[in-house]
Design a protein around this ligand. Sequence first.
Ligand code: TRP
Length: 336
Amino acid sequence: MTEEITARKKTALSGIQPSGNLTIGNYLGALSNFGSFTEEFNCYYCVVDLHSITVRQVPAELRRRTYEVLALYIACGLDPDKCTLFVQSHVHEHAELSWMLSCFTMFGELSRMTQFKDKSAKHADNINAGLFTYPVLMAADILLYQADAVPIGQDQKQHLELARDIAERFNGVFSPTFTVPEPYIPKVGANIMSLAEPTKKMSKSDANENAVVRILDTRDVIIKKFKRAVTDSDTCVRRAEGKDGINNLMTIYSCFTGKSFDEIEREFDGRGYGDFKAAVGEVCADGLAPVQARFSELMADKAYLEEVMKNGAEKASRTASKTVAKVKRKLGFVTL
Ligand code: TRP
């Protein structure tokens, strides 16, 4: 019965890099919706450690953050019994398929990737080949599991488009091999902006710590950061063009409370920005508190996290190895 349901469900896959501390942008745009996904889809959630070494990492930090992202997945409602949670480097097929797909990806296509251009400007001293072929590895992550839907932020749309092109190209040269994936971009919360420069996306690697609210920030820090959030010279809490700071705070408030913008405008009618910012801080801290509590419990139990990783890697490998075997056969590799 369960097997049958699983067979009928579509597959979703997403990945998060274990670099940098995740923000409420990651939470509202992705993590907080993941739980509901597991009902609808057969889900794979991956900690993409292979992707993170495209920029220099401190090994001990990379290791710690790998546990942290896994713990966050679980703390945000992903049940390891209902979906496959795993670490990318534990499933060697990712690297293997990535190589094969790189021979179906054009130099010109990779050169046009805006993230590559941005990252090479930022890390001018380390423009390595991995940074360039990063999207091919991402395509491998997705195509290995024949994913139908890929929950991603707007910034990853171009990479997903490339994954689709690679899949179609391969399918066209050989015969249908890969499912061509669709992006799944959440409407609300997908665009949480920086608190310091609200025309810019909130980024976990922002040098200005006041610009970002992190999932694991303490209550005091969260409240303080919202108090410092950049607004405008108007005094009225309402949505309007040009009021980027307030629009962003209203989005965040709406995400944590479920209230509509009209309701929020009424609630803060005649009250100043100070009151509003304090309220946003409160609802954000309240909303994150249960996640943080569960996260701490999980981080104190490494053995449990390792068991999840191990089971996840086994489950993931079963699907991934089938895809790789199929690809190798089609390419003409000798199978023993
Ligand atoms: N590139 C993605 C990011 O930085 C992370 C990622 C890697 C990913 N592999 C993926 C996301 C597969 C979705 C599916 O956000």
